[in-house]
Design a protein around this ligand. Sequence first.
Ligand code: TTP
Ligand code: MG
Ligand code: MG
Length: 455
Amino acid sequence: MREISLIEGPKPGDVEATRTEKPAPRLIAHLDMDAFFASVELLRFPQLQGLALVVGGRSKTIMQQMQQLQAQYGALESIAVAQMPRLRQYQGRGVITTASYAARAFGIGSGMGLMKAATRCPDAILLAADFERYREYSRRFKAVIRDQGLSLEDRGIDEVYIDLSHCASLEQAQALSRQLQSSIFEATRLSCSIGLAPNKLLAKIASDLRKPKGLSILTHASIEEQLWPLPVSRLHGVGPRTATKLLALGINTIAELAASRLDDLQRHFGSSHSRWLIDASWGIDERPLVLSSEPLSISRETTLERDMHPKQDRRELGGIFTQLCHQLATDLQHKERLCRVISVKIRNDQFKTSTRDVSFTQATNDPAQLRHWASQCLKRFPFDRRIRLLGVKAAGLTSKQLVTASPVGPKSDPHCEGMYSESLVANGLEQSQPSAPVQHPLWPELEPEPTTPEV
Ligand code: TTP
Ligand code: MG
Ligand code: MG
């Protein structure tokens, strides 16, 4: 095979390209599991192999139907396909987490509403998500990579970047990647795709080029042929809003972005964003790998089964909110982590998402304390519209062994006065005054256990 240079190319039009110190050439792999949640489900439902299958949220009706089938048939793999829940039966506002490749052929996929998907593929099998199980498989495939002594950047439940810069040649990296795919399959019975490239940006695109079980190489030598024909949305970092703005400027493909002028872009995007867009279109990305296996944050969120009114539905919202905090506490306890920052996310019925956070000195994973701090965030939202989604996130994580948790609650500890900040994720930033931590009167904490919403 032809040797391909993996050295970063110069920036377009960069008159300073004659650097005296060139960065060392890198070789990065991006490994992404194939149809991850659906593939994990196929391990226990082998009778669904090759069929259109979608994994939804935690729909109570679907979960109950499966429990009844399991009781009737004894084992999950014995359940007759004809008896299993179908997409057309679904009523509610849940979304698809993932779809099998057979289902994707009908034009459905992650993020699409289940009821909308049902109009395209009503007979697809619908399973409720089992996040605990997916997390377990996530741990297993990452352990296989670590066990080979490789350094990785954890990018979420089903993907990692791996540093393969030590490989003497691209052939060696390809062989190692194939070996990794086999070892992961042996350990988990799951397949993955790998992209090899000189940086993270290109490696991420490459891993998606030939799914499933793909191994793709994307270097600067091949960007014209492989990168430029793709739509701009394939650049990780170009979200729907940027893609729409670019489209309005007549920029649809990455090639068109690469051909655009920096000063033209700067009239519509910020200076650094424009620079990033041009660099990305030329496959330039110097971000280092973040070789930490520590999670940066842990969160829980739920899309409510109907848009709820912050006051009229206060009891129900209070219960759901408490439950989210308890689930978050359990997640932290499982991972043996304490947090020093809590943030609350609210999406309203107009899909406007805002967050408020609070930091405190006494790290905790106690559900009542988490609920308390989350309540402090709550009272800084304007609550001018109905609520669609609620989320709670723990950040500023520390290892539990390093900190001795104090039994003193935040309300009685003068050092636990919170520091507040906020952001409006979707539509600009708004300010409100920080306030002292007091019991939030809007959504009571002492609620009966809520009924779990179908999501
Ligand atoms: P992805 O890697 O984006 O998708 P995938 O693994 O299902 O399919 P592919 O073969 O194309 O990689 O996401 C990994 C898992 O994360 C996915 O199985 C389900 C979950 N997920 C969501 O819950 N919501 C989402 O919007 C997306 C994109 C993924
Ligand atoms: Mg995947
Ligand atoms: Mg992924």
